[in-house]
Design a protein around this ligand. Sequence first.
Ligand code: HEM
Length: 214
Amino acid sequence: MERDDRQELIDRKRDVPGDDLLSALIDEHTRQDGPRLNRSELVAMAFLLLFGGYHNSAGLVSTTVLALLSHPAHLAAVRSRELAMDQVTEEALRWNSPAMLAVRRFATEDMRIGEAAIRKGERVWLSWASANRDPGQFLAPETFDPTRDARGHLAFGHGPHYCPGASLARLENEIAVTSLVRRFTELPLVGPAGESQWTMSLRNRSLRELPVSL
Ligand code: HEM
């Protein structure tokens, strides 16, 4: 969602408020006794909630479904309840991290990370997705293996900006994917998994479409 779209959405909600979180946040901006959120904070919060709360979660559901449909043994184990969906969710987060890049950081001092020398003030892009496939951390990191212990992945970030929606996102994924694969016991992929249509974004890993036949 572009900045102009967010502004437009906020203007629309301000004119016609609804019973929703964004309308409540706009109230905080337009309060008679002085705003508790200024305009930039409101726009930034709208972005975080819409992008984080929607795109990343949708990305996780779509890539977890693809992972299971292309690994029939794991799919069968989920359906028979031998494999718990929370394990599948953790491994899906590690294997196909929906938020691939961190919000940009600036170095507060000179430092060295691995072979890279970073000078104070330089912009740093951290890649959660790359860390989650670090062979020093995970054995055979390119393999989707929900029986592994995937704890310690960085799909929800790290430190003070750790995702506040992590528990909600995990729960949404567990409910959505379990309901889908248990309800539709026949859900073959149309075409090879490698031909799936991915969104073209450096930040967000999700599928544009996932054709299946019913
Ligand atoms: C699978 C789903 C999700 C993933 C993979 C994800 C990932 C992340 C990551 C990696 C960060 C840290 C960004 C950084 O430090 O650079 C983050 C922050 C954040 N996420 Fe999520 N997120 C998800 C779902 C959600 C949901 C459902 C919400 C809210 C409803 C949410 C709201 C936020 C907010 C507000 C921040 C900013 C926190 C801060 O800067 O202090 N996210 N998320």
